[in-house]
Ligand binder design. Sequence first.
Ligand code: IMP
Ligand code: MG
Length: 187
Amino acid sequence: MNLDIERVLISQHQIARRVKELADQIVKDHSPPAMGIDAEITIVPILTGALVFCSDLIRQIPLHMQIGMLTVSSYPGTSIRTQGSQVISKQFGDLTGRHVLVLDDILDSGGTIRAVVPVLKEAGAASVKTCVLLRKDLPTARQTQADYVGFDIPDEFVVGYGLDFNNYYRNVPDIVTLKSHVITKSP
Ligand code: IMP
Ligand code: MG
């Protein structure tokens, strides 16, 4: 696996520091007086990519919270460009009156966030905020709602810390690029 890595873009130590900063900001924004005393949040990671980010982030947020889940597919198989976002499954119960924070690994075309925010509002969420670990330097990404952004990165295909290529490399602890021969046969 490590032989396929071209370079480390963001190290696990940089990620850990930034995740703590994001968590501190989220706690501040979801505590009184910013929010009502009984305001409750539901964190909704978009699976599979946001799995690792979510597990690290929620353990830095000491608020009463529930976890929901949404599975969305946009980069099926060996694609390295979005093929359109499809909500594959929803497991978030009743969101009536709850403040939802959607988590995604990366904001690229913005299709995923644009697809999931209305789904959560239709489920009764009182508010929907979005948090992405990475945002690519693309006009479509910058035009998409992102209330919390971990890192702005160049428009490159990256894997690690939950992000995959053909469902591999999610367990790489850093955000990395892959050698070109690994991804060249992709659409
Ligand atoms: P968007 O819908 O185009 O904004 O893309 C968001 C989704 O595409 C993310 O949740 C990822 O699953 C996937 N994605 C986008 N860029 C990359 C990348 O560079 N590497 C791996 N997956 C990516
Ligand atoms: Mg994803």
